[in-house]
Design a protein around this ligand. Structure first.
Ligand code: HEC
Length: 99
């Protein structure tokens, strides 16, 4: 249930960010860390980076890995294996449940 709430909130936020008057709110700062630029440049193409922040409390390292795989397989994110592995490692470290 909590995940569904986060998803709905994510949709609402990405719609709001699409409005020109709210453009400043589209800028999300990810936590600094190894690989942050790779995440920022590959994960903001289709939706806002808030999706990462909103899902952070729920996702373990394995879950982040599965999430990145889902973005590739189900939604067509164009990442090679190496890039995907670096993104999953960054997300697990900076946005895992322990942080
Ligand atoms: C090719 C488009 C595309 C790219 C690139 C993409 N995503 Fe997504 N992402 C989606 C779609 C479509 C959804 C689900 C529908 C929605 O809620 O907008 C989604 C949803 C999510 C969610 C919410 C939870 C879920 O599973 O629905 C997270 C977290 C997420 N993406 C993370 C990422 C990360 C991390 C990356 C970088 C590896 C990424 N996305 C790159 C299309 C993309």
């Amino acid at each position: 249930m909590r995940t569904h709430f986060a998803l709905l909130a994510g949709l609402a936020l990405s719609w709001a960010a699409a409005l020109p008057a709210r453009a400043d709110e589209a800028e999300i700062t990810l936590k600094p860390g190894n690989g942050v630029e790779i995440v920022a440049s590959n994960c903001a193409a289709c939706h806002s980076l808030d999706y990462i922040q909103m899902n952070a409390p729920y996702l373990t390292a394995d879950a982040w890995k599965a999430e990145v795989t889902k973005m590739r397989r189900a939604f067509g994110a164009n990442l090679d294996d190496d890039t995907a592995a670096q993104i999953a490692a960054y997300l697990a470290k900076q946005y895992g449940p322990a942080t």
